[in-house]
Write a protein that binds this ligand. Sequence first.
Ligand code: FES
Length: 572
Amino acid sequence: MKTVAELRSQRWFARSDLRTFGHRSRTKQMGYAAEDFQGKPVIAILNTWSDANPCHQHLRTRAEEVKRGVWQAGGFPLEMPVLSLGETYMKPTTMLYRNLLAMEAEEILRANPVDGVVLLGGCDKTVPGLVMGATSMNLPALFVPAGPMLRGNWRGNVLGSGSDAWKYWTEMKAGNLDECAWREIEDGIARSFGTCMTMGTASTMAAAVEALGLSLPGASSIPAADSNHPRLATASGRRIVEMVFEDLKPRDLLTPEAFDNAITTVMAIGGSTNAVVHLVAMAGRAGVGLGLDRFDALSRRTPFLADIRPSGQFLMEDFFYAGGLRALLARIPELLHLEARTANGKTLAQNLEGAQAHGDHVVRPREQPLAAEGGVAVLRGNLAPDGAVIKHTAMEKRLLRHTGRAVVFQDYGDLERRLDDPALGATPDSVLVLKNAGPLGGPGMPEWGMLPIPKRLLEQGVRDMVRISDARMSGTSYGACVLHVAPESFVGGPLALVEDGDEIELDVPGRRLVLRVEEALVSKRRAAWRAPAPPYARGFGALFARHVTQADKGCDFDFLEGTAAVAEPEIH
Ligand code: FES
């Protein structure tokens, strides 16, 4: 156990000199008396609340509820706002800024008198961004997920974030829905604060972080508007104070076994493909080498059990009522490292004791899975030498093995201009290819990977086609979309060399993605290929372009990876 004298914050508060006089007097400036903070661990609450992030509207209140727990346990809470990456508004994509949040989180902790931290996030990239920063700083840290919003509703139909927007937009384009109905859907699809309530990236990453051991047990399944959620916040406030004295830090928990547990969880819940990029980056911050093949290996042995959209039928609220993540993990104990330590000081096995699924409809029994394998397959081949991923649980099964001719778009603008042009010549068997949508090409690897289907084909009843890009895809999306092709086309990866009419073979069971073009012709195209101009001459975009890694490496900045020590700030 750590003593008060050993607390990091004591460097700021305990000495008797001019600088520490300033720290104490300015703390009193905020209305705190000495007995409020002296000799107490300082708990930072990194809060991603923002008016520009609809998913996090309740996080101001939740921060107060965390503070309540910190006070109860004898700590001193300091709320610190950090960059809020709201999926809804930020362009070109929040992924461009995930590493910026990670840098901010790490540095704000380093520069201030902080002993432990509660991370308040939820909307997609805020989860890995906060965890990556906290892992690099390696102070005791506890993640409180924002929680999913309530179910959507339209004329008695349940609506899911993203998934049902794509679905009904497609029906409107096909002429099956009028403008009035579309407006009603707009009114009913987002009914409360909280993150997307499908098994999108937010729900997936919250579950992965709980499986890593960085949240209290059961945290990731609680709806944002449920009164269990503020109670979770307060319990987290209490627990982080204990963690400081126990000196229980992220890298004590983030072992290779913990990452196996997180990957297994993602596969069993039919989680977002974005988890692949984020978990690789998070592992890199913990000094754990994690490659795409580990995802594929664990996917092959993990049954898909959570019947939640977009791969299933229900929503996160239903998942919570059915027992949530603990109930699901309790159905696959032999696939987990049950001895893994978690943030509450107990093992995963202890946290799963007594967990029960209520009914078999949302959390399927082991013997009746939605699919025998997990939701993400890793593909390789001459079109993706460093790998690509596909969410094969959310696609039409007839396309699992498919060969077709490429219809190529040079970038997303090109796609928007030509998609519905009758001269496009796409057939239901075509393979739609989008270039220049990767980490550098997007830039930021936007969620453009669920390429829209041409209107003419929609009107013929086509609802799925093979699509290939170096982009990501929203966790709420679905379809036969090959994503994260590495290396990306912008840097001259093989995807850059694909032309209209080329034959492409997708073989999901065989994990292959092959460009069937003679090597001599590919070499000729490679010799003629010219690198596009970089999109940013200065600013953060230029820093991003210089240092971001490819999708298979997690898209972290090369200088942020690893566990090399960074000196504590001097106080003079
Ligand atoms: Fe915030 Fe989906 S938009 S979680």
